[in-house]
Design a protein around this ligand. Structure first.
Ligand SMILES: Cc1cc2nc3c(=O)[nH]c(=O)nc-3n(C[C@H](O)[C@H](O)[C@H](O)COP(=O)(O)OP(=O)(O)OC[C@H]3O[C@@H](n4cnc5c(N)ncnc54)[C@H](O)[C@@H]3O)c2cc1C
Length: 405
């Protein structure tokens, strides 16, 4: 661990994806300013998508290869400090405080504290994993051997990816869904139902219900559902959404609204304090104020915030995309992809397999899902921009706008 100095030109709170990109942004404007990256995790920044995909699915993937610390380690003016939690920030004094009472002063401060998994009445432990970090990956790996049984709670983004990764590693999975189907809040009904069936066809046991409580039992876990059903497994992975880590900002009186409110330069309401990544509520040029919990946004907003802290006038006028891989499927998506919006589904040959889903509100395309359709994110972004200016009168005319390949 680097020794912490009393003062830095830039302090970054959080040792994740946005933090690593922010250093890159700083360096594109300022080649020598001193930087402290202060992160709570025992590990250096890691590219989180690998934790639920490549590290399970590619033989040559390693945690070391997924590290984002390379440039930071190579830079003598950057102190990358792990295992260190910032407990308070004082924007007037330009100081952050660490858990052991140490004060570190800054010229510019970035809050890149990300998001934390929502918890159930099921305490995290060696066998109960709220999946987010490299340590979580290692914990799950230690118990999820072929033939073992893992209960995955939640059929959203993380639950789907982990279930997919585990079944492909010959792990027996029980997937607990509180809705009817996997990713029902994002996918149209028929797609969600098809995916649930795909999981079942791959041997996943689907159980409907909500978790009342659970605990580690020494050599396994026991989960009690609200209807009295007990699930006994070797381990549990819980993926039931995340909450932005806004505590430091709130305590310091910064404007917070389910995210740290930032302007187009990613400046918070406090002077010289910026925010980026999962924690930032930013003004999207196409979609209005929103918070995005995806890695493309963490990278791009982190970099922009770094540049802005170092004096750049650039604005964050980028609408980020995201992606996922589930079993034999993959998708890219952009914007608001909520199944509560109006949807136009365009499936190749009318079969759920390859297709585009357009999500609309008042004739504006707010989001696009590209299901097994590639290289079309820019076209989708353009469509969002176009329909923001001129809403479509008949949504059905969207069919075919993005070729299905
Ligand atoms: C398993 C997994 C797979 C994913 N896969 C994809 C994918 O395929 N595609 C995609 O688009 N997105 C994916 N994501 C989402 C993406 O990884 C996140 O959006 C991204 O990591 C957010 O970056 P961040 O820097 O804002 O937050 P994080 O990367 O979470 O980093 C925040 C860091 O801040 C630290 N911290 C918080 N508070 C403090 C404090 N007070 N003091 C010190 N440190 C603190 C935390 O410990 C953490 O290390 C995935 C996420 C996970 C968990």
């Amino acid at each position: 661990m680097s020794q912490i100095k009393e003062s830095y030109d830039y302090v970054i709170v959080g040792g994740g994806v946005a933090a690593a990109s922010a250093v890159k942004g700083i360096r594109s404007e300022d080649s020598s300013g001193t930087v402290a990256v202060l992160g709570s995790e025992p590990d250096k920044p890691v590219y989180r998508p690998a934790l639920s995909k490549d590290l399970w699915l590619k033989d040559d993937a390693t945690l070391e290869g997924s590290s984002l610390a390379g440039d930071l380690d190579d830079d003598d003016a950057v102190d990358l400090v792990t295992d260190t939690t910032v407990t308070a920030i004082d924007p007037d004094a330009h100081v952050v405080r660490l858990a052991d009472g140490t004060a570190v002063s800054y010229g510019k401060l970035l809050l890149a504290t990300g998001a934390e998994p929502r918890q159930l009445s099921l305490a995290p432990s060696a066998r109960v994993v709220y999946y987010r970090t490299a340590a979580d990956y290692q914990r799950l790996r230690a118990v999820a051997a072929p033939g073992s049984h893992v209960a995955v709670v939640g059929g959203g983004y993380i639950g789907s990816e982990i279930t997919s990764a585990l079944v492909q590693n010959d792990v027996q999975v029980t997937l607990v869904l509180d809705l009817e189907d996997v990713q029902e809040q994002m996918f149209p009904r028929a797609l969600a139902a098809t995916l649930t069936k795909d999981f079942a066809d791959r041997g996943v046991t689907i159980v409907h219900g909500s978790v009342e409580r659970g605990e580690e039992t020494g050599d396994g876990v026991r989960i009690r559902l609200a209807d009295g059903t007990d699930i006994v497994a070797d381990a549990a992975v819980v993926g039931v959404g995340v909450l932005p880590r806004t505590g430091l900002a709130e305590a310091a009186g910064l404007e917070v609204d389910n995210g740290i409110v930032v302007d187009e330069h990613l400046r918070t309401s406090a002077e010289d304090v910026y925010a980026a990544g999962d924690v930032a509520l930013y003004p999207d040029v196409l979609l209005g104020r929103r918070r995005v919990e995806h890695v493309d946004h963490a990278e791009k907003s982190g970099e922009l915030a770094g540049k802005a802290m170092a004096g750049s006038d650039d604005t964050y006028d980028y609408t980020p995309f995201f992606w996922s891989d589930i079993l034999d499927h993959g998708y890219e998506a952009i914007g608001e992809t909520k199944s509560s919006l109006d949807m136009v589904e365009d499936w190749k040959d009318g079969e759920i397999g390859t297709g585009v889903v357009y999500y609309l509100a008042s004739g504006q395309v707010r989001g696009v899902l590209l299901w097994n359709v590639w290289d079309s994110v820019d076209a989708a972004r353009e469509l969002i921009a176009e329909t923001a200016k001129e809403p479509v009168a008949d949504p059905e005319t969207l069919r075919g706008r993005i070729p299905l390949g």
